[in-house]
Design a protein around this ligand. Structure first.
Ligand SMILES: [Fe+2]
Length: 457
C-alpha cells in the first residue's frame, strides 16, 4: 500500500492497547430510565426515518426500532446457546429459572472451550502458568470464544464465538431491515458486517451479593454505528444496554481525529460532565427490537435486578473506507513490556530490556471480536458537524452495501472454527510477529497492510 495519500495528515498518535476502553474514575450520577415504546418518536414500528426520528438521532445520537426482526429467527441460536459449555457446565435449564442465578461458580477460571490447536500456528492456547516461546508466561491470550466474567455484581458470558457464525450474522447484523436502517442513518456504501461481537448474556445476580451498578465507558474503536439487537425480551431493570444520549455529540469535538478516536485533554472533562448531567437510558424491548447509536456513545452494561437472562447481540457498523492497519498488540517477552501497533503499522520494541528487539517469534493478537478493528487511513480532524457525512434520511436507501472481505481473509488469519472445533467456538490465536511485519532496524517492525488490496484488485 502506498503511504503517499497521507502527506499532510495529522501526526500518528501514540499506540494504545486495543482492549482498553475510555473511562474516567468519577462515579455516574444518575440511575437509568427505560426506553418505553410510548416515548419513541413516531415511526419506531416501521422501516425508514421520520422527521422526529432524524431530529432525535441528530440531537441525542440514538434510535429504537421495534419489531425489526421476527424473533423466531433467533430460535436456532437460543437452542444452540443452551447446548454450549457455559450452560452445560452450570446445568442451566430453560424451564427452571432457579438454575440461571449466578452460574459463574460453576465456570472454570481459565477455559479452553471451543479452541483449535492453532496457537502460533500449532499448539494449544496457553494457560497462565505455561512456558511459551512467544511471550512471557501469563501474558493474556486475548478474547476467548466464551468470555466468562464476574462483573460488579452479575455473571456475564460474552459468546464471541457465535459472532462469526454466518447464519447468526445473517439473522442479526446482515438482516435486510438492519442493513436498510444502517444505510438510512450512516449512508452508503455500508460495509456489510462479516462478524459481530456475538451474544452477551447477563445472568441474575446472587441475591446475597452486591447490587448491580453502572460502569459507563466508550469503546474507542472505529465503530461508526453501534447496533444492539435483543434476542430475548428485556424488561426495565433486566440488564438492558444502558447509554448516555448526547454523549457522542459531546465527545466527538474533543477527539484529535474524526474517524479514529484519539482522546485529548478535553476528553476526560467531557466524559465527567456526561456522567454528571446526562440522564442515562436503559434499552428495554422485545426480542427483535433494535437500538441504533452513534459509535462513540457512552454506554454500560445495564443494572440487572431481574430473574431473567439478558441476551443481546452487540454489533458494529462502518461505511466502506480506505483503512490503514489492524489494531495489533504484541505480547511482552523476557521481561520486556507489551507493545501496541500504531495507526501507521509500526511496533517499536525498546532495547533497554533483556527482550531482543529483533526477535520476531513474538505473539501478536488483535481484538478479534470486532468487525471494525482496522484504523481509518484518513487522519483528519473532526468535522464541525458530527453528522457531516451521515445520511440521516437525506438520500433514499438503495441497497448500497458492499460485501468486502473480512479482515481475517485479508490477512489470512485463522479465526473460524475448523477441524474438531464445534459451531459456536473458534477465535483468533496469536500469530508470530514475523508473519505480519518486517524488522526495519532499531526495534522497529513495520506491518504490511492488506487493508485496501481488495479495492485495488
Ligand atoms: Fe463497551
Amino acid at each position: 500500500m502506498s503511504e503517499s495519500g497521507q502527506v499532510g495528515q495529522a501526526p500518528v498518535p501514540p499506540p494504545r492497547d486495543p482492549e482498553a476502553a475510555f473511562a474516567t474514575k468519577t462515579p455516574p450520577g444518575l440511575l437509568p430510565r427505560p426506553t418505553l415504546p410510548e416515548d419513541d418518536p413516531p415511526g419506531a414500528d416501521r422501516l425508514g426515518l421520520t422527521p422526529e426520528e432524524i431530529e432525535q438521532f441528530r440531537e441525542s445520537g440514538f434510535l429504537v426500532k421495534r419489531g425489526m426482526i421476527a424473533p423466531q429467527l433467533f430460535d436456532p441460536f437460543i437452542a444452540l446457546w443452551w447446548q454450549q459449555p457455559p450452560a452445560q457446565a452450570a446445568e442451566l435449564k430453560p424451564d427452571d429459572p432457579s438454575t440461571w442465578v449466578a452460574p459463574g461458580k460453576h465456570w472454570p477460571v481459565e477455559n479452553r472451550w471451543g479452541l483449535a490447536r492453532n496457537w502460533m500456528g500449532r499448539g494449544d492456547w496457553p494457560s497462565p502458568e505455561q512456558d511459551r516461546p512467544g511471550a512471557t508466561p501469563g501474558e493474556r491470550v486475548g478474547r476467548l470464544p466464551y468470555k466468562l466474567t464476574k462483573d460488579i455484581s452479575n455473571d456475564v458470558w460474552r459468546w464471541h464465538g457465535i459472532g462469526h457464525d454466518p447464519a447468526f450474522v445473517n439473522a442479526t447484523s446482515a438482516h435486510p431491515n438492519v442493513l436498510y436502517m444502517a444505510e438510512a442513518l450512516l449512508g452508503g456504501p455500508v460495509k456489510r458486517p462479516r462478524r459481530n461481537r456475538g451474544i452477551y448474556s447477563i445472568f441474575p445476580r446472587d441475591p446475597d451479593g452486591p447490587e448491580s451498578k453502572l460502569g459507563p465507558h466508550m469503546d474507542q474503536s472505529m465503530t461508526e454505528l453501534i447496533v444492539i439487537t435483543y434476542v430475548k425480551d428485556v424488561e426495565p431493570g433486566g440488564g438492558g444496554y444502558t447509554f448516555y444520549p448526547t454523549s457522542p455529540q459531546r465527545l466527538y469535538p474533543t477527539s484529535e481525529q474524526a474517524y479514529n478516536w484519539v482522546a485529548t485533554d478535553a476528553s476526560k472533562p467531557a466524559m465527567d460532565q456526561i456522567k454528571a448531567d446526562v440522564q442515562p437510558l436503559e434499552f428495554a424491548g422485545k426480542a427483535g427490537d433494535v437500538l441504533f447509536c452513534h459509535g462513540w456513545m457512552v454506554h454500560s452494561a445495564g443494572i440487572h435486578e431481574s430473574g431473567c437472562v439478558r441476551m443481546a447481540a452487540v454489533q458494529d457498523f462502518n461505511r466502506v473506507r480506505r483503512r490503514s492497519h489492524m489494531r495489533w498488540t504484541a505480547a511482552g517477552k523476557n521481561g520486556g513490556p507489551r507493545i501496541n501497533c500504531t495507526m501507521d503499522g509500526t511496533f517499536t520494541i525498546p532495547d533497554d530490556t533483556d527482550d531482543d528487539p529483533t526477535d520476531g517469534n513474538r505473539e501478536v493478537t488483535n481484538q478479534w471480536i470486532m468487525d471494525s478493528n482496522e484504523f481509518v487511513q484518513e487522519r483528519r480532524a473532526p468535522f464541525a458537524d458530527i453528522f457531516h457525512e451521515w445520511n440521516l434520511g437525506q438520500r433514499p436507501v438503495e441497497g448500497n452495501v458492499v460485501f468486502e472481505p473480512p479482515w481475517w481473509e485479508k490477512y489470512r488469519l485463522p479465526l473460524l472454527p475448523t477441524g474438531p472445533v464445534p459451531r459456536g467456538g473458534g477465535g483468533m490465536p496469536a500469530v508470530p510477529l514475523s508473519n505480519i511485519a518486517q524488522h526495519e532496524g532499531d526495534g522497529v517492525w513495520r506491518v504490511t497492510s492488506r487493508a485496501n488490496d481488495w479495492m485495488e484488485g
